[in-house]
Ligand binder design. Structure first.
Ligand code: G3I
Length: 302
């Protein structure tokens, strides 16, 4: 096939991108989106500061715009993200009472997942809960007030809200197998599977420097998959977008049968959160870069 999404589909995978609702009206942007990508992650529109800016007052307008676009164009959705210490409104971070915070967290998960029920392929239920350089959770209001069990609580609540959505744990710097952070997340997933805590997938954000993925990335993906979860590359971008680094990354996924798909974190370099690094597959004018051809060919197409 001659597009990323269609080529990924030949092996049962998807190829997605992060989308900003405010850019859907840009025809260069939406033309590439609808030609190349069959999975969409809202870049910011499903985060807590947008969806529940004050307690019990929900705003799904910007996310609905993206979901409606996806439905009209046959694209599936990844939901991002329900429980994260960033883009968290001040009213949540200042809660000090455990019963209050637990009910606020559970209500946020249930209300947001119920609103989008049946329309989301996979949810990033918890994002970036582990500390860098460590196997422990990072400090956050959820960790500090609810303790280690907040992640399990979030996943159990999520399963009850939409039993048909895949439930993912998503993080960065967990691509290198020997890193303490990777080992910490691996131990959590192993424990969840052993105790029947509902988890279906692990998202590897894959924000790489110009060298691309660590040499052990495929091993990491394989080891997680062996625990009985899907693995997904959820926010891929690579500084300067070297063709070889992109090709190596795609092959690491394609070589693992439970690697369900790849999402790049934006369309054109000018759309990127790290636009100074020119890390994406299309330049600012929407032209395909060398990395695009490398990705298409690593997926087996071209
Ligand atoms: O919407 C406001 C706008 O009203 C205001 O005028 C403007 C002024 O700065 O800010 C706008 O909000 C910005 C928002 O993006 C939308 O553009 C925020 O400041 C900015 O912080 C926010 O950045 C996002 C970042 O997450 C926040 O942590 C990036 O777009 C988004 O790409 C990035 O994505 C994260 C993933 O969710 C999780 N993994 C890491 C990844 C990269 O940081």
């Amino acid at each position: 096939a001659s597009t990323l999404g269609a080529q990924a589909a030949t092996s049962g995978r998807y190829f997605g991108t992060a989308v900003a609702a405010g850019r859907l009206g840009d025809s260069t942007y939406s033309t590439i989106l609808d030609r190349e990508f069959n999975m969409i992650t809202p870049e910011n529109e499903m985060k807590w500061d947008t969806t529940e800016p004050s307690r019990g007052s929900f705003n799904f307008g910007p996310a609905d715009q993206i979901v409606n676009h996806a439905q009209a164009h046959g694209q599936r959705m990844r939901g991002h993200t329900l429980v994260w210490y960033q883009q968290l409104p001040g009213w949540v971070s200042s809660i000090g009472d455990a019963n209050t915070l637990r009910s606020v967290m559970d209500n946020h998960i249930t209300t947001e997942m119920t609103h989008f029920k049946g329309k989301i392929y996979a949810w990033d239920v918890v994002n970036e809960a582990f500390a860098d350089g460590s196997s422990q959770h990072r400090s956050s209001v959820f960790q500090n007030v609810l303790g280690n069990g907040f992640i399990e609580e979030a996943f159990r609540t999520a399963r009850a809200a939409d039993p048909s959505a895949k439930l993912c744990y998503n993080d960065y710097n967990i691509e290198n197998w020997s890193d303490a952070k990777t080992q910490g997340v691996f131990a959590m997933v192993k424990d969840f599977k052993a105790r029947g805590v509902p988890i279906d997938c692990v998202g590897f954000q894959s924000h790489f420097g110009s060298g691309g993925p660590p040499a052990s990335f495929q091993t990491t993906l394989q080891n997680f998959a062996a625990l009985g979860v899907d693995v997904q590359l959820t926010e891929l971008d690579i500084a300067q977008a070297p063709a070889t680094a992109y090709s190596n990354t795609v092959k690491d996924c394609v070589n693992v049968s439970r690697c369900a798909g790849i999402t790049v974190w934006g369309i054109r370099d000018s759309d990127s959160w790290r636009s100074g690094d020119n890390p994406l597959l299309f330049d600012g004018n929407g032209n395909k870069k060398a990395a695009y051809d490398a990705v298409l060919s690593a997926l087996g197409g071209g």
